[in-house]
Every structure is written in C-alpha cells, then in structure tokens.
Design a protein around this ligand. Structure first.
Ligand code: ADP
Ligand code: MG
Length: 692
C-alpha cells in the first residue's frame, strides 16, 4: 500500500465526498491519518439534565415530551426532552421530516452537545444524537471521543468513520505511514513511533490520561507536534539554504560617507546599535543575500542603523529601497533620510500608490535608469511596473505582518542579472523566541536590546471614560508647561470612514473644551500633503494637541510630546497599545499614557491594561501577548494561515523548539532525502517549499 493512496479507495467515498474532503486538504489516506483531532470530548458518562449548566459539553439521555416545528425568524424544529431531573430543549435549524418523525413523543434519545441557556429551559443546538430502541441500553462510551476539524457537509460521525477505516488500513499496510525520523533521534528522545502515536491520537484507549490528552501534552501528541514543528522549521531552513546559494552584490563596509555621517551625529550610537550595525555590515560584505531581522523596542534607534547600511550601499553606487507599511510612516522616513543623506549628495525619491501619473512616470524612469539611489515608499515599491537598475538592499520597516511568501516575492522582484538584493527587516514588535524559530527560521536575527540613554519609562494609567473631563484638565495642564499631547481615537468600528469620523468629532469636542489650545487632526483619509502639513506643524510645536487615528501607530517621532491619551484602550491588543505608547517617552521628559476605557471590562481587556501598567518592556509585553492571543493573531492572519499548525501549539510546545532545531540540523546534514518528505507530509503540496 502506497502512502499516496487516494481517499476514493475507502468505502463510501464517492466523487462528491472526495471533493468535500479535498476542501479540508485531504486527498490521500495518509492525509486523512494526519487530519488530527482538534480536541476530545468526554462522553464516558451520562449527565443528569438537572445537573447541566450553560457552557458545559455533556452527554444526556431522556425521553421526548414534545416535538414541534415552529417559525420564528426562520423555520426550526424544537424537541423537549426530560429525564425526570429536568427538561432540555434540542433546537435544529436544518432537519427533514423523517428526522422530525423519529423524534416523536415518548422516544428515548441519547445526545451530546454544548449546553446553552435558552428562553425557558437549557438548550442544545444541533446536538449529536441517536434514538434508542425500547429496552436497549447501549454501553456508555468508554474512551474520549475525538473531534475533527470539520467542513460544511461532512459530519463528525462521517469523519470518525473514515478515520476508523484509514486506521484499519494502517494495520494491514506497513508502507502507508513510513517513519521519517532517523532512528538515533527516536532513540535519543524516547519518542513513541509514528504509527503508534497516530493511532493513539485518533483513538485514545479507555484508560488514557484524560487531562494530558485534553491539554495536548500526551507523549503521542507531543511526538506529532514535534514532527510538525520540525516540518515548518525545515521548510524555512531549506529556503534559507537556497538564498545562501544565490548571489548578491558585495557592499564594502565603513565607507567614508558612513564615517562622516557617524561623526556628525549629535550623539553616540548605543553599544547595541554598534553591534547590530557591525553584523549588518558583515552580511553585506558577503556575495550572498543577507536575510536579517532587526528586533528592537520602539525608539531604540533601528532606523539609524538601517541608514548606515543604506549609506554604504549608495556610496558603492547601488540602489536602496525602503518600504514602510503606511504612507504616513513612509513620509516620516522620507523626511528623516532626506535630512541624513542629502549632505552627502544623495537625493531620496518617493513612491506611493497615490501619485499623479506624470510624476509617477518620471520617478519610475529614474528608478529604472539607476539615477535614483534611495527609493522610499509603501508597498507600491514592489508593484509590477517598478523596475530597479541595481537594487542592492531592501529595508522593510515594521514588517511583522508580512509573511514568508512576501519576503520571497520581494527577493525575486529585486533580482537583476542573477543578483538578489540584501534584505533588512526591522520590527518593533519583538517576536518571542519560539515563534521566531518557527516563523522566521529563514532569517538571522539581531536584537537592539538597549535604549539610548536618558529615556524615562512612560507612566501608564487606566481611567474610565466617565472621567474624561479630568483627563482634559490634565491635557490642559501639560500643554501649559510647554508639553505636547497625542489623543488617539483607535478603530472602534470596522469602517475607516467611521474611524475618521470619530477622530473628527473628538477633535471638535476637544477644541471646544480646551479653547486656548491649538488642536490638530490627522487620519487616514486626509491627503498625503495634508497629513504631512499637520505632522510638520505638530513637530514644530505649533500644534499642542494632536488628535489622531492609529495612523500614528508606528514611527512618529516628536520628542516633546510627553502625554498620550488612548480612547477605547480596552479594544486594542497589547502590541498595538505598546506601539502607540512608544510615541511618547522619546525624549528625556517624564511621559505618561492614559488609557481611557469603557466599562465594563472583559477579563482579557483587564489583563491587557494591567500588563501595560505594569511594564514598558517590549519583550515582556510580547511574551504576555503570545500567551493571551496565541501565535496566529500575533503574526497577523497571513502568517497564521501560513503556519496553520494542526497539532503543535507554539505556547504549549515552546520547550520542544531547541530539540527541533537540533533535529533539523541532523536531518539536513545526514538525511537530506527525508527533508522534502517530512515537509510535504505536514505542509502539503502547496507548501512554500513546493513553490520555490
Ligand atoms: P526606532 O525606529 O527603533 O523606533 P528611531 O530610529 O526612530 O527608533 O530612533 C528614535 C529616536 O532616537 C530618533 O529621534 C533618533 O534620532 C534617536 N536616536 C537613535 N539612536 C540614538 C542614540 N544612540 N542616542 C540618542 N538618540 C538616538
Ligand atoms: Mg521606527
């Protein structure tokens, strides 16, 4: 039996079901065996209806008292059952007549589902159930019931039946699930063999340790999680090896331009900045593309380090592209870099999606001819009609929302005559090590783990929005002493229009409440020139209070701004709060951040606000963020989709990571032929590995 035996081979799988299964990524019997339960349900005992509580998942048995089809907003079938200890309503929105008939008064049912509070009794919506024959008393389930990731049109029962068949095939066909991990690794770690682990996870035996399985910490699950993390890690390591085999221009370090620039700075680079600058310089001197992630908390001076690299590239006659996630941030970079590089005869050009056509044509011509050496902009930099002449370095700011595919696309895009650009990625959201090892294993990581001297931690408080008037008084007092203030109105609605509207309303109200202040407003719907003008006025101190949407989240740098008010702080995630707060505390002034919240707070929101009050440390905040949100959300949806872990959990399984790294090195060195097999098993045909 071959590993790629199609699911059609199984009993009861016709073209229709095969098509549905393919939507779950299941094409072969092996795929089915790796379609692992997402959780388990404990149906090993029957709960009395009277003991049910809303939110529980439970198995119950009872007799039908009443079944009726009703039409409220939509047609539904309601079935009330009772076991003498209480009554429970089963509610079905999809049903047929035969089903309704079978649920006639007096019929005995066993059902399983989540208990919800209903209008008169507790309810289960679309429970799994079966009608029991009179006198029949089926044995209770003896083992935990696996629950599979489902898709519309395939019921759990069907998936269970199919995996049962696949597991039976596994007994008779040795070749179905080849062991891909080398024996010395299995011996060394004492992990269970693959087939044993797969079997256990699909059908835990009656005496299985329930708590361990439910938590995903059973050795069988850990064995599979290990192999899954290994597959992801290997696919990235393989990509990295390919990068290491491709060519790039070598850039000499320590150009006279760089030396002059450093000497002219009004401050010393921090030790961390010097170290990271040296790492980058070393990479750029090699004939293979650098792929380096620079992590550093907001305000640690990443941009300056990137500027040093850019100067060296330009001094050698090559182009540099700097890409920022928002137009506002790109503009800021443009102004900073302009001030930094023009004294050395370099003129940055600006490219975004929203430029007048004639200007854009001219800019594109300058990029294509190689006349423009430093090109700054948004994603527009890498649109199809942009052609670089000799792009040596791509700097990506705040890119953690951007996945492996995009990194690859950028590399290909910039390639000229077989030379790929070096990539420098800057992120202010430190990525916990586990996550970095899985999501960024193709990158080298540098950390700027030191802030420039004289920075003071931001004092952070949470205040109920009923005390808005006190907060306004505080704004007035701060402005009176010459400080400047941000008032942030974050996303309170999905729509950008409404968000901007809220900011406009707030600006109007504040202008009335604080008539002596100069109030500015910046949001995403202003034209670039307008935003730029407002920011310039704020930076120059002509505006004292800046009302803004989260467009100021990243990069904005006004050291005299020392107070930030964040509206609806309870709706923001930790990473975003930390980014926003990083806009203050950038000078030596004592700074504060007031998080206005709307009561009541959910438990999660309360925790987030507590974390923000307790620490200014970006790494600590990132760690808590990972704990609270999980890696998917932390990386952004794109990367979450890319990672798409089936059984591993980056929080729970962090301890496996060092072992995974060692195993990856062992495989790449001694068993390279196994690598594509492991990657394909877990990442599928569409893996990034397959696409390159
Ligand atoms: P990041 O991009 O890491 O958030 P920036 O590069 O924008 O940080 O730097 C923040 C501010 O600190 C800028 O005003 C920058 O000029 C300043 N800065 C950078 N490095 C130093 C340093 N070594 N000493 C003092 N100030 C610095
Ligand atoms: Mg920055």
């Amino acid at each position: 039996m071959r590993a790629d035996t199609p699911v059609r081979y199984l009993r009861g799988v016709g073209p229709h079901l095969a098509e549905k299964l393919s939507r779950l990524g299941i094409g072969s019997v092996t795929d089915l065996l790796f379609h692992l339960p997402v959780r388990y349900e404990d149906r090993t005992h029957i709960t009395h209806v009277g003991a049910l509580r809303s939110g529980m998942r439970a198995a119950v048995e009872g007799r039908v008292e009443l079944t009726e089809t009703v039409i409220r907003r939509r047609r539904m079938l309601l079935c009330r059952i009772s076991d003498g200890s209480g009554a429970l309503t089963l509610r079905f929105f999809h049903f047929n007549q035969a089903q309704a008939d079978a649920l006639s008064r007096g019929a005995r049912l066993r059902c399983y589902g989540e208990v919800l509070s209903g209008t008169s009794t507790l309810e289960m919506v679309h429970p799994e159930y079966r009608v029991l024959q009179e006198g029949q008393s089926p044995p209770d389930e003896t083992a935990l019931t696996p629950v599979y990731p489902a898709t519309e049109g395939i019921a759990q029962l069907k998936l269970r039946a199919l995996t049962t068949q696949a597991l039976q095939m596994l007994d008779s066909a040795a070749g179905l699930l080849p062991e891909l991990l080398p024996p010395e690794l299995l011996d060394h770690t004492g992990m269970p063999a693959l087939t044993a682990a797969v079997r256990y996870v699909h059908r835990p035996p009656a005496d299985a340790p329930v708590a361990a399985l439910v938590d995903g910490r059973h050795p069988a699950q850990q064995r599979l999680a290990f192999e899954e993390l290994l597959a992801h890690h290997l696919s990235l390591r393989e990509l990295r090896q390919r990068a290491d085999r491709s060519r790039a221009w070598t850039i000499p370090g320590a150009s006279s331009v760089e030396k002059e620039f450093r000497a002219a700075l009004p401050f010393q680079l921090t030790g961390a900045q010097q170290r990271v600058a040296a790492e980058i310089s070393h990479d750029l001197g090699k004939p293979h593309p650098m792929m380096r992630l620079v992590q550093g908390d907001v305000g640690c001076g990443k941009t300056l380090v990137a500027a040093l690299a850019a100067l060296n590239c330009m001094a050698a006659g090559y182009q540099v592209a700097l890409m920022a996630p928002t137009e506002l941030l790109a503009e800021q970079h443009f102004h900073n870099f302009k001030a930094w590089v023009t004294p050395y005869g370099f003129e940055p050009v600006w490219l975004t999606g929203r430029m007048p056509a004639a200007q854009r044509r001219e800019t594109l011509a300058n990029i294509h001819s190689g006349h423009a050496l430093l090109i700054i902009g948004t994603h527009a930099l890498f649109q199809e009609d942009v052609e670089f002449a000799k792009l040596a370095l791509v700097i990506i700011d705040e890119q953690h929302r951007f996945g492996v595919h995009q990194r690859l696309a950028l590399r290909e895009k910039g390639a000229v005559d077989g030379s790929h650009p070096h990539q420098l990625i800057m992120t202010a959201t430190p990525i916990p090590r586990t996550l970095a090892m899985t999501a960024y294993a193709d990158l080298d990581v540098s950390a700027i783990d030191e802030l420039p001297p004289g920075r003071t931690p931001v004092i952070t408080v949470a205040v109920a929005d009923t005390r808005r008037a006190e907060v306004a008084a505080r704004v007035r007092a701060a402005c009176r002493t010459g400080r400047q203030v941000y008032w942030v109105c974050p996303l309170i609605d999905e729509s950008e229009v409404l968000q901007c509207q809220a900011a406009e309303d707030t600006a109007t109200r504040l202008a009335v409440a604080l008539p002596e202040l100069h109030v500015g407003l910046v949001h995403g719907r202003l034209r670039a020139a307008q935003k730029e003008a407002v920011m310039a006025h704020f930076k120059a101190g002509e505006l004292q209070l800046l009302v803004a949407t989260t467009v100021i989240e990243v990069g904005v740098d006004v050291p005299n701004a020392s107070l930030m008010i964040i509206e609806n702080a309870e709706r923001l995630g930790l990473a975003q709060l930390h980014q926003l707060r990083g806009r203050v505390g950038r000078g030596a002034l004592e700074s504060s951040c007031v998080m206005l919240y709307h009561a009541p707070l959910s438990a999660a929101a309360r925790t987030r606000l507590q974390v923000m009050r307790a620490t200014n440390d970006g790494f600590e905040i990132a760690r808590r963020d990972l704990e609270l949100r999980g890696p998917g959300e932390m990386l952004g949806t794109r990367q979450a989709g890319e990672l798409n872990l089936r059984i591993a959990d980056l929080n729970r399984d962090a301890a496996l990571i060092p072992q995974v790294q060692r195993a990856a090195s062992l495989l790449l060195e001694h068993y390279p032929e196994q690598v594509p097999l492991i990657v394909r098993r877990w990442l599928g045909e569409n893996s990034r590995y397959g696409q390159v």
